[in-house]
Design a protein around this ligand. Structure first.
Ligand code: LLP
Length: 438
């Protein structure tokens, strides 16, 4: 813990991050420099204990206040066979958003009944796959999907949630607002009644409950509370009108993770406390039976557990302008800075305790001027061959990666108790060429 005090940035690294006897950054008891040598860079390394602790934290903090809460991990944040297995071991459900995620989860042995399927433009094929496999819920996003589902379901009885767009601003980056009225996601208020009437009238649908998702990367719980007000008031109205009983309510994901030393999001316990207090109070006021609750965290479960390791290459100092430190990855494996202006912290993995001396820009190796990983960061004097470790790389980096410039996407390693296991090998030329005919 001494290291945590003398190196403040370690606070945004995985929970087991420390400086080892060699003076290198170690995670899960594994030396990151040795891993970089063994597997090459860029390399994504994950602290398995960190991921498991966060799964448990969500489960504990919600279920102790509201027994039976279903924690449904959103694999869009990080998708891998090893991750599906870990999530299943931790007893979580899964919130998928495509036939691909669904098929990947099933192929990894995930129980179909514990999978719930959201998404704003599901195809007939995707719905058919979901019905064939008998998944937990289809989260119906819009009227055309509802009508298509009624046709496809035939004589099967399908459990659905209706995704309501509550029209609430989550105060996140514009691209991460999903519950505002001007959004492609969810049923707009104008469609709520028609959706409920249609769904309740369909013999082959069981409307198990309602769903909303306000956005991603929330640092406030107020948007959840306002959305609860909207959705619970509506649930009470349709209880009266149609006798509809909301058995399950999903409030989506969105819990903010800590990426920088200074911007600390509220802990899961605070989100849980505020959300459950509002849920139970409103239900009492509205004389609604309390529903079963579902949450869909993605980012918060994996963001801090993952670290990206890069090798420093060309360092270019433009006097009076800027110093560019180029590394051997970039926007192909992490597009979050160019896309959302994301800010992440870094340490020099081969001397994390060294003193910061110079402000630099960490750029990638892609043929794109916007290919930046960190816009400005104060780091120790760097040289080619140093290993840079970027924290907060566990969520929405690998799943959004590309083969731009024919890059081979990185290998991924899980680390625990001093043991590292390769959970995805680096891509090869064969991976890149095999889909193209000669
Ligand atoms: N449930 C639904 C219906 C969602 O659309 C999402 C995220 C989640 C749950 C999980 O949200 P989380 O707990 O991870 O915030 N690529 C962006 C984030 C996009 C989030 C999309 N939906 C980024 O890198 O910031």
């Amino acid at each position: 813990m001494a290291a945590k005090n003398s190196i403040p940035r370690l606070a945004v690294f995985p929970q087991t991050a420390e400086v080892n006897k060699k003076g290198n950054l170690a995670i899960g008891g594994c030396d990151t420099i040795a891993l970089a040598e063994e597997y090459g860079t860029p390399l994504y390394v994950f602290d398995e204990a960190d991921i498991r602790n966060r799964c448990r934290e969500f489960k504990e903090e919600f279920t102790k206040r509201y027994p039976g809460t279903i924690v449904s991990y959103s694999p869009k944040a990080f998708t891998a066979r090893a991750m599906f297995k870990l999530v299943a071991e931790e007893g979580l459900d899964l919130d998928v958003v495509s036939g691909g995620e669904l098929a990947f989860a099933l192929a990894s042995g995930f129980a179909a009944k514990k999978i719930h399927f959201a998404g704003n433009n599901k195809s007939g094929e995707e719905l058919e796959l979901a019905l064939r496999e008998g998944i937990g819920h289809i989260v119906v996003d819009n009227l055309p999907e509802l009508n298509m589902l009624i046709k496809i379901a035939g004589r099967k009885k399908v459990d659905i949630l209706l995704r309501l767009n509550p029209g609430i601003d989550p105060h996140t980056h514009q691209y991460n607002k999903t519950g505002i009225a001007d959004s492609k996601f969810g049923l707009p208020k104008a469609d709520w009644d028609e959706a409920v009437q249609t769904a309740l009238a369909a013999d082959n649908l069981n409307v198990d409950g309602l769903h909303f998702h306000v956005g991603s990367g929330l640092f406030e719980y107020e948007p959840y509370l306002k959305s609860l007000d909207e959705v619970l008031a509506y649930a009470a109205a349709i209880r009266q009108k149609y006798g509809f009983r909301m058995n399950l309510l999903s409030i989506g994901g969105g819990f903010g993770a800590q990426y920088t030393v200074d911007a600390v999001p509220p802990p899961v316990a605070s989100f849980a406390g505020a959300i459950i207090e509002r849920l139970t109070t409103r239900c009492r006021e509205l004389k609604l039976e309390t529903p079963k609750l579902m949450i869909e965290p993605g980012r918060k479960i994996v963001a801090q557990a993952g670290v990206a390791l890069y090798t420093v290459g060309v360092i270019k100092n433009i006097p009076g302008i800027r110093t560019y430190v180029s590394v051997d990855g970039g926007m192909g494996d992490n597009i979050r800075q160019p896309m959302y202006g994301a800010v992440q912290e870094a340490l020099v993995a081969n001397r994390p305790a060294a003193k910061d001396t110079r402000t630099v820009t960490i750029s990638g190796k892609y043929c794109e001027a916007g290919d930046v990983l960190i816009k400005e960061i104060k780091l120790p004097e760097l040289k080619a061959g140093d290993i840079l470790a970027i924290a907060g790389s566990g969520a929405y980096c690998v799943p959004m990666s590309s083969n731009y410039n024919a890059a081979f996407r990185p290998a991924i390693v899980f680390m625990k108790d001093g043991r590292a296991r390769l959970i995805r090998r680096r891509e090869t030329l064969e991976d890149l060429t095999r889909r193209d005919p000669d």
